[in-house]
Design a protein around this ligand. Sequence first.
Ligand code: HEM
Length: 145
Amino acid sequence: MQGKKNLASGFLFLAGFMVYGFILIYLRDFAPGKEQWIAEYGIGKHFESRLAHVHGNLFAFINIVVGYLLLRLPVSEFSAKGISWLTLIGMLMPIGILAEIMFGVPPALVLVGGIAMVAAMIWFGLAALQLDLTAKQATVTKDRG
Ligand code: HEM
C-alpha cells in the first residue's frame, strides 16, 4: 500500500511553506531595507523566494492528492511505488530553490525535482488510463447501500 508517505510529507511541507509565507510578509512589510526588497519584486532573491513559496505549496498539495489517490485507487504496486517516490523527489525542486537562495547551491536539485515531478504526473496519467474501476465502482455502490 503506497501513499501514506506522500500524504504525511505533503501536509508537513505544506505547513512549512505556509509558515515561510509569514517570512515573506516580514521581508515585505517589516524588515529593515523593505523598500529595496519591494523594489526588487521581479528579480533576484525576492523573485526566487516567491518561486520557492509558490512551488513548495503547490508540490506539497500535489503530494497530498497523489497520496490520497494512491491509497484509494487500484493502481498496480509497481506503478504506485514509482509514482509515490517520484512525487516525493519532486519536493527537491522548491527545496533546491531555497538552497540556491540561502547557500548558493547550484540548481541541480531544482532540475532533478522538476523532472521527477513531471515524470510522476505522466506516469499517474498513464496508470489512470489503465485503471479498471468496474470492481471498485461495484464496491463503492454496495457500501453506499
Ligand atoms: C496553500 C497555501 C498557499 C498558496 C498556494 C500560496 C500561493 C501564493 C502565490 C501564488 C503567490 C504569488 C503571488 C504573486 O506574486 O502573484 C504567493 C505570494 C505570497 N504569499 Fe502565499 N500561498 C500560500 C500560503 C501563504 C501563507 C500561509 C502566507 C502567509 C501567512 C503567504 C504569504 C505570501 C506572501 C507574503 C506572498 C508575496 C511574496 C512576495 O513578496 O513576493 N502565503 N503565495
